[in-house]
Design a protein around this ligand. Sequence first.
Ligand SMILES: CC(C)(COP(=O)(O)OP(=O)(O)OC[C@H]1O[C@@H](n2cnc3c(N)ncnc32)[C@H](O)[C@@H]1OP(=O)(O)O)[C@@H](O)C(=O)NCCC(=O)NCCS
Length: 136
Amino acid sequence: MIEYRTNVDGITPDQLEGPFFVGWPNPPSPATHLRVLDGSAHVVVAVDESNQQVVGFINAITDGVFMAFIPLLEVVPEYQGRGIGSELVRRLLELLDGFYTVDAMTDPELQPFYRHLGLEAAHGVALRDYERQSGE
Ligand SMILES: CC(C)(COP(=O)(O)OP(=O)(O)OC[C@H]1O[C@@H](n2cnc3c(N)ncnc32)[C@H](O)[C@@H]1OP(=O)(O)O)[C@@H](O)C(=O)NCCC(=O)NCCS
């Protein structure tokens, strides 16, 4: 069974071995990943009750007034295709109910995934410093 939690209280880095950040050349460590989740305004994590491993997560940062941004969403490859990603988005959107904007940057091929959850395609710009990708 998958349990959904809206905080990372009691979660330790060894529960975040994933693998997460698949395909990232310079991914954050599980300890840094935990700092990212802990520092986010909102988080939803999917935990496999059988082994207590985190198998998916989503986070949001906000101005606390009317704008929210979803920086990260990921489900461990072995667990993809079971509705976990959709459930993470749905539960986060419930937490963000009442905000004027909820934005996420995504590759074009993932826009249908977000569209079926109610988010519309939009344009954006981005600045990246890949030297800092690990968060160290
Ligand atoms: C995107 C992601 C979180 C989806 O998680 P998931 O648990 O596999 O998603 P779901 O099982 O809820 O899939 C819901 C629907 O979206 C579709 N979908 C899932 N991943 C997709 C993808 N990468 N591209 C296009 N459609 C996708 C599924 O086919 C499914 O459609 P259906 O309901 O018609 O069957 C997961 O593929 C992932 O972690 N990918 C790598 C990281 C990533 O790309 N994150 C998003 C960054 S913005």
